[in-house]
Design a protein around this ligand. Structure first.
Ligand code: 5RP
Length: 232
């Protein structure tokens, strides 16, 4: 059984190689990104000037803990690269994200970035998406009506909870985790779901990977297109 925590640390550290002095970085969310943020903290200690745009309160804390200057997205001059994790990466490099509940801000920041690096341990690599439920962010108003509509397209729809209450995203929305089973056409599904009034965003990230950093066996492996993937 691979040591996935070790892989997270290695891919997080590796991603720091894409960073250079003066960059504005979109800082993703999650346990893999934590290692990247620590590597950035070391660069800052060595005198490298970096600024970051956070994708969640958790990501903001990571920046603060590692002495990285924070910028608000609306005030940022540009974002040079964003580095983020993934819950599933398919062989066409489409992804499911949102396990940590930050998909909306993550997608906005990724779309605003000149270059997008995703870091994932090898447990995240799948043939097709759908092994895990797809997170869908839904506005609070009428959310149960929206959930019924979602349910017309999937096997199971679950409101994400935190303790005794619904989980509330950074934008004040709810999340529904939707079990679709194998997703054969992610683009079509994304369009279908986004067409339901009340759906704010889905956790499907399509054609957003510029570089994927992961593991092939015991070795870090990177790819920039579906032609270069090594798993199936
Ligand atoms: C948060 C995300 C994370 O990037 C994703 O859940 C991966 O997290 P981790 O690195 O902890 O496995 O999409 O919304």
């Amino acid at each position: 059984m691979p040591d996935y925590e070790w892989q997270k640390k290695m891919v997080g550290r590796h991603a720091a190689q894409y960073v250079s002095n003066g960059m504005v970085i979109g800082l993703g969310t999650g346990s893999t990104v934590r290692y990247f943020a620590e590597a950035l903290g070391n660069l800052v200690q060595d005198g490298v000037e970096l600024r970051a745009v956070a994708t969640s309160p958790q990501s903001r804390r990571l920046a603060e803990d590692n002495a990285i200057t924070l910028l608000e997205l609306d005030g940022a001059p540009r974002i040079d690269i964003c580095v983020d994790g993934a819950d599933e990466v398919a062989t066409d490099l489409s992804m499911i994200k949102g396990g940590g509940g930050a998909l909306l801000w993550e997608k906005i920041v990724a779309c605003a970035s000149a270059r997008r690096i995703y870091i994932a341990d090898s447990s995240k690599l799948v043939g097709r998406l759908g092994r895990r439920p797809l997170p869908v962010e839904v506005c609070q108003f009428g959310h149960s009506v929206v959930a019924r509509k979602l349910g017309e397209h999937c096997d199971d729809v679950r409101l994400r909870v935190q303790g005794d209450h619904p989980f509330v995203t950074s934008s004040g929305n709810y999340l529904y985790d939707c079990a679709f089973g194998t997703i054969f056409n992610a683009r079509e599904l994304d369009a279908l779901l986004n067409n339901i009034p009340g759906v704010v965003e889905t956790g499907l990230f399509i054609q957003m990977v510029d570089v994927l950093v992961s593991f092939d066996g015991d070795t870090i492996s990177c790819c920039e297109s579906a032609d270069e993937v090594w798993w199936n």
